[in-house]
Design a protein around this ligand. Sequence first.
Ligand code: AVJ
Length: 332
Amino acid sequence: MEVGFNRLMVAGFHKEKTSAARSFRQDVINGLKSVPKRLQSKYFYDDAGDRLFQDIMAMPEYYLTDAELEIFRDKTALLSQGICFEDTAFDLIELGAGDGVKSRHLLQHLSDTGADFRYMPVDISGNILDILRENIEEAVPGLEMMCLQGEYFEMLEQACAASGRQKVVMILGGNIGNMEKKDSYEFCLKIRQILSPGDRVIIGFDLKKDPFIILGAYNDPSGITAAFNLNLLTRINRELDAGIDVAGFQHYQTYDPLSGACRSFLVSTRAQDIEIDGETISFEKGESIYMEISQKFSRSDIAILALKSGFVPVSEVMDSEQYFVDVIWQVA
Ligand code: AVJ
């Protein structure tokens, strides 16, 4: 079952390229026709979106990346202890791997301590996977890896089919926060069902904290987060031949400490109609498009999530500010 390792990228596999374009069109039109209007944040990551997200991670206000990098850089041994199965070979599958800057430290440590493992990064962006492959090949020469481009579950199933070993599924960066709470429960449940008893997960959660710190991370005065959101309208214009006046929308961010939901919106600054592929969508002045959730969790929210989705907590590692936690759970 070694097929595909260290070969070219397994790109969304043999699906025709147009099928991704068709789902994009359908999702955009359905989202903008629903009440309230919404778009899916997984579509943020075209080439310009990848670059803007890199800019976000470099902003002083965006503490998430620094906090989790500290965990991966300074507490690598703790993470590694949590996932090593006494000398058993395993596969490390990372969902939403991005540029691999954080994971690199763990991969290096595992490799240095002689763990028998392979790395299977999954990302929606083929562009970022090229960057990741370069970063990882340089940092951990000789590591067996298989890059999978596509959606989490489709690629997780492919990864599991190609694995036949014990598995560790890693979801970092607070990517799980991009789901509504009920969806993150279903997500964990589904992962647990795909995995086998004894397999593990490492999940990064952004913790509830001072609401001003959270809001500030998504409401930067430099306007990078606004540009990141607005870029999806530009993408729709380009890929769906739409004529949206991007300047007619404004970014608006909220954080609700009660629910832990941090949400972004694009608000229409005037009444306007937009044309997308033969469909007309009307906006009232002040009407919004709901763009993204970045859910924040308390430690007890996380414990309940593990319990409800059939995992047993193994360990947890936090940064020094206690802004962020990476938990390790095992399939019960
Ligand atoms: C990539 C989902 C972790 O929600 O914090 C950053 C995306 N959006 N700023 C997050 C994002 C706006 C980010 N995640």
